[in-house]
Design a protein around this ligand. Structure first.
Ligand code: ZN
Ligand code: ZN
Length: 427
């Protein structure tokens, strides 16, 4: 975008450049021109006094349901929700209908994202055709078309030989393989964490072993291939142990954590409220503690919403039949503030790093910083604003969000993408 925009007097937090100070940010022609004390007039000015000015937030795990389930979400509605939540880049998962498994599909998602002109829309391609876990999808062509990784999200790749081939193949393009770690021989038809509560509720459980067994197996495969690997939405204390050991061995592994695995436990399923039905399932308090400890230790590389919108009519089915998923994109930042900032696990720079430069590295995009010359993706946050989450105000098409009515702190004021203001509070 042509022209100049000056953001004055904010607390500028740019973890990649170790910046955390009150100063100004100058944007010229859609790029970051300068960060510092800037005395200049004649351009548009945003007064950011009392606000945080950060690199645009990045969510590497969202489901926008297009193509196929446009009544739940579209790339347009999801992108509108994303900028309202401060996200200037998102990564769509490929488990749509049809599945994103060739270059035409990847280009389709990119085109829809560009047409919407809200957030940058990236996509991961499928690892295997139709997510069946048998035949590899056209990973090379998809990488050429700009896919930022591969995953069969919604399912783990069950066959170790197929996974080994996928890792070897992805290593040739230096693109990350992301895994929804879940061994189906352990998870079966489970709908919540297995243990005391699933027994009491009479619901089939998903053992933590389902996640840990696949993660352990994959770590053996990474040792062999040295391919870049990302464990999606890890949820158990055992997974944290595995990640800790793998990182100690300097393996090329990264992982993400969702807001719900930091804020909710299996106990929440007690009323059979399907808004708490999610995959991997909500776990126990010890698991939540282990995840928070892992974040404090720096073992977690990204915070990701796993925004999974669903129709109300579907979520109104009984617990056994309802689909898995929580729609949380629009309150994600405030949820991380509640889970991580308020208890003192992270400070603002630490939180912003997990939402900007670190996830950018996982998907290999040149974003997540306010370095001079970079595309001007900037989020302005009011850290003190308190509000109540109201699903009826969501731009997302779906309302399957268990946080309705929660009192939270930290609101996005403005979202700037490529130098253009794409969202302002009150829009
Ligand atoms: Zn998943
Ligand atoms: Zn997902």
């Amino acid at each position: 975008m042509a022209g100049e925009l000056l953001i004055k007097n904010g607390r500028v937090i740019d973890p990649a450049n170790k910046v955390d100070k009150k100063c100004d940010v100058l944007i010229v022609d859609g790029k970051i021109a300068n960060v510092g004390n800037i005395d200049k007039s004649g351009q548009a000015v945003i007064d950011a006094t009392g606000k945080l000015v950060t690199p645009g937030l990045i969510d590497i795990h969202v489901h926008f349901r297009e193509p196929g389930d446009e009544e739940e979400e579209t790339i347009a509605s999801g992108s509108t929700a994303a900028v309202a939540a401060g996200f200037t880049s998102v990564v769509c998962m490929p488990n749509t209908n049809p599945v994103i498994e060739n270059e035409t599909d990847v280009e389709y998602v990119h085109r829809k994202g560009r047409q919407t002109r809200k957030t940058h829309v990236y996509v991961m391609g499928a690892i295997t055709k139709r997510l069946e876990g048998v035949e590899l999808a056209e990973m090379g062509f998809m990488a050429d078309a700009g896919a930022v990784g591969f995953t069969d999200d919604g399912r783990g790749v069950q066959d170790p030989a197929v996974m080994l081939r996928a890792l070897k193949y992805a290593a040739m393009f230096d693109v990350v393989i992301a895994q929804h770690c879940q061994d189906e021989s352990f998870s079966g038809n489970g709908v919540m964490n297995s243990g005391y509560y699933s027994t009491i509720l009479g619901l089939p459980g998903i053992d933590p072993l389902a996640e840990e067994a696949m993660l352990w197996r994959d770590i053996q495969l990474i040792k062999k291939t040295k391919a870049r690997y990302h464990a999606q939405h890890i949820s158990t204390a055992g997974s944290v142990e595995l990640i800790r050991a793998a990182k100690r061995d300097s393996l090329p592994i990264t992982c993400e954590v969702t807001p719900h695995h930091l804020l909710l436990t299996e106990e929440c399923c007690g009323e059979y409220d399907t808004n708490y039905k999610v995959n991997p399932p909500l776990r126990g308090a010890k698991d939540v503690e282990a995840l928070k400890q892992a974040i404090a230790e720096g073992l977690i590389d990204a915070l990701a919403s796993d925004h999974a919108p669903h129709l109300q009519s579907e979520k109104e089915l009984e617990f056994l039949a309802a689909p898995f998923g929580i729609a949380s994109l629009e309150c994600a930042l405030a949820l991380y503030v509640k889970a991580l900032l308020e208890p003192g696990i992270l400070d603002w720079p630490g939180l912003i790093a997990l939402m900007t430069e670190k996830p950018a590295k996982i998907i290999g995009v040149d974003k997540g910083t306010l370095s001079r010359g970079k595309q001007a993706d900037v989020t302005i946050i009011d850290p003190e604003a308190e509000y109540e989450i109201d699903v009826n105000t969501f731009r997302s098409k779906s309302r399957n969000c268990p946080y309705h009515g929660w009192k939270v702190k930290g609101r996005v004021e403005k979202t700037i993408v490529g130098g253009e203001i794409r969202f302002e509070a009150g829009d």
